[in-house]
Write a protein that binds this ligand. Structure first.
Ligand code: G3H
Ligand code: 13P
Ligand code: ZN
Length: 332
């Protein structure tokens, strides 16, 4: 058993309380490779933003759980080296799918876990989340639960299949489970294809597709039922069209990739939404830079020559999110 406290990590409790009171949100960036982690830590250290490093099941399989844990420990030391005296870094399990996975992560030094029982019948979601909370709280590890189903990854069904969170259920869920934060479904979804073109309208000035707004009435309903309780938004990439354009210009084929407009996320960040999950945007930033270098420099075969620019592009993206979308700069 390794305690996250020995690794210099923190849980989300104080971070979320400050974010709600301060009207900003904490960035939760997924990582599964070194360049991504370097970019996240550099961006957080330079802007003095608290940050949540998220590890999905896919990332654990790809990069190895042990290695990821040491990378997160390394991230704390690296942040200090960059002049961030007291780094506020959380290591979080994203979409934990079982009690055993959550337990294993807690024993490995994670400071926060998500147990995603959103696809289960309500009572089973409650029971599973409660079990994880009882275990996690013994070690002062915080737990994110979820109510409502997002489209995409979580349900592994079609992107049409989602159900908004029901505000009338949230008090019962939070009371019975004791979870520390709650992920809700208000129209965001995972991946780079969040809306169909026919759901959108065309911006007359830019010609870009503009998706329908998020269900802020559902968020308002949740906040009314649970005043001051930390709310989480998954699936919050904006799918920057400049990155999509670069990818497509250099041989990619991303057609009708559409994300959540940043003004919607800024509005959410000012409310009780205090954790905003972003993964796909970083994938796009990395891919755009790699495609560009490899297309322009046909003789290049040193990975540092394309992964370096990819890292720089991700860092630019993270800094932009922190300052212009989440408003978490200067808060750590
Ligand atoms: O919620 C999904 C995250 O973007 C993680 O995706 O399971 O492909 O690593 P992944
Ligand atoms: P995106 O696919 O919108 O980046 O969402 C990431 C996420 O929710 C990770 O849990
Ligand atoms: Zn998610």
């Amino acid at each position: 058993m390794v305690s996250y406290k020995e690794l210099g990590l923190v849980n989300t409790r104080e971070m979320f309380a400050k974010a709600i009171n301060g009207g900003y949100a904490i960035p939760a960036f997924n990582f599964n490779n070194m360049e991504q982690l370097q970019a996240i830590v550099q961006a957080a250290a330079e802007t003095k933003s608290p940050v949540i490093l998220q590890v999905s099941k896919g990332a654990r399989n790809y990069a190895n759980q042990t290695l990821l844990r040491y990378m997160a420990q390394g991230a704390v030391e690296y942040a200090k080296e960059l002049g961030w005296e007291n780094p506020q870094i959380v290591l979080h399990l994203d979409h934990g799918d079982s009690f055993e996975t959550c337990k294993s992560c807690i024993e490995f030094g994670f400071s926060s876990v998500m147990i995603d029982g959103s696809h289960l019948p309500y009572d089973e979601n409650v029971a599973l989340t409660r079990k994880v909370v009882d275990y996690a709280h013994q070690y002062d590890v915080t737990v994110e639960g979820e109510l409502g189903v997002l489209a995409g990854v979580e349900d592994e069904v079609s992107s049409d299949h989602h159900t908004y969170t029901r505000p009338e259920e949230v008090v019962d869920f939070v009371t019975k489970t004791g979870c520390d934060s709650l992920a809700i479904s208000i129209g965001t979804s995972h991946g780079a294809y969040k809306f169909k073109p026919e759901q959108c309208h065309k911006d007359p000035e830019t010609g870009r597709l503009v998706p329908p707004p998020l269900a802020f009435d559902v968020l308002d309903g949740v906040m009314k039922e649970l005043p001051g309780f930390p709310i989480v938004l998954h699936g919050s990439s904006s799918v920057p069209q400049e990155e999509v354009d670069v990818i497509n210009a250099y041989g990619g084929q991303l057609e009708a990739a559409i994300g959540i407009p940043e003004d919607q996320l800024r509005k959410a960040a000012k409310s009780a939404v205090c954790k905003i999950n972003i993964d796909s945007d970083s994938r796009l930033a990395m891919t755009a830079a790699v495609r560009k270098v490899l297309a322009e420099k046909k003789g290049e075969f040193d990975p540092r020559k394309y992964l370096g620019p990819a890292r720089d592009n991700m860092k630019k993206l993270y800094i932009h999110k922190i300052i212009n979308v989440l408003g978490s700069d200067g808060k750590a």
